[in-house]
Design a protein around this ligand. Structure first.
Ligand code: HPA
Length: 250
């Protein structure tokens, strides 16, 4: 048990910066050629399964989305022997069906980020050139396991959806949200990329568990987005935790 590979890793985002369900056994400080990950990796057990947790925004939620060292985070998880990564993401809802407090398992994404260190192919001679496939940015097998886990946990969720990933840290304008909707996006977050493509470059299975925490700017009028987030985030994260617990038991 002690030396078995972790069953999966969770990168926790806003609302899941600490994960009380995980029975933490040790912290691992990992150094990478790309710098420091957001935090030491927390190794522990969840219903007997070995699981690794990494708070994406660092301890105390101090890193904004555009300053997260995504390359170091994924490289550290790979070094720890992880092969499947679930990125939990609080998102704004664009589609009418994605009511705040609900969760979804997106099946595609559109990347609007810029200026992030987004590839391991960075000119180092040993890095080479890799044109990683992104036809299905979220791994179908890992998505299937999460769908099964949600069913076991009795948690209703949307089994697909297109995630737009914006640069942040500011929220969008109403016109930007209308444009994302025309582009085909159902939800919008700030951290899904380059997390997904870096995982693909490393050959890691990656899926996103998205929690709707607010209506995107202007989708339902001119509401107070921060108040919406406060109202719905705990409800959504409780569902995420139930799905992850069920995943550990599969
Ligand atoms: N936009 C972008 N990212 C987000 C939002 C949003 O409305 N809510 C939570 N993360």
């Amino acid at each position: 048990m002690q030396n078995s590979a972790p069953r999966f890793a969770v990168i926790g985002g806003t609302g899941l910066n600490t994960w009380a369900d995980l029975n933490i056994e040790r912290y691992q400080t990992v150094t990478t050629p790309f710098g420091e990950p957001s935090a030491p990796l927390a190794h522990g057990t969840l219903h007997g399964a070995r699981v690794v947790f990494l708070p994406r925004h660092g301890q105390g939620h101090k890193l904004p989305p555009h300053l997260i060292n995504y390359r170091a985070n994924l490289d550290a998880l790979k070094q720890a022997g992880v092969s499947a990564v679930i990125g939990v993401a609080a998102v704004g809802a664009i589609a009418d069906w994605f009511v705040p407090g609900e969760i979804a398992l997106p099946d595609d994404l559109i990347d609007y980020t810029w200026g992030r260190a987004h590839s391991y192919a960075d000119g180092r001679p040993e890095a080479g050139v890799q044109h990683v496939e992104m036809t299905q940015p979220y791994h179908p097998e890992l998505r299937a396991r999460l769908i099964q886990a949600a069913a076991q946990a009795g948690v209703p969720f949307a089994g697909n959806g297109v995630m737009a990933v914006t640069q942040g840290p500011r929220l969008e304008t109403a016109a930007e949200i209308r444009r994302l909707k025309r582009d085909g996006a159902d939800m919008v977050g700030m951290t899904g990329m380059p997390e997904a493509s870096l995982a693909a470059e490393l050959g890691l299975q990656y899926a996103s568990l998205a929690v709707s925490v607010n209506w995107g700017a202007g989708v339902k009028g001119l509401g107070d987005i921060h108040a919406e987030i406060e109202q719905s985030i705990n409800k959504g994260m409780a569902k995420v935790r139930a799905v992850l617990a069920a995943l550990a038991k599969l």
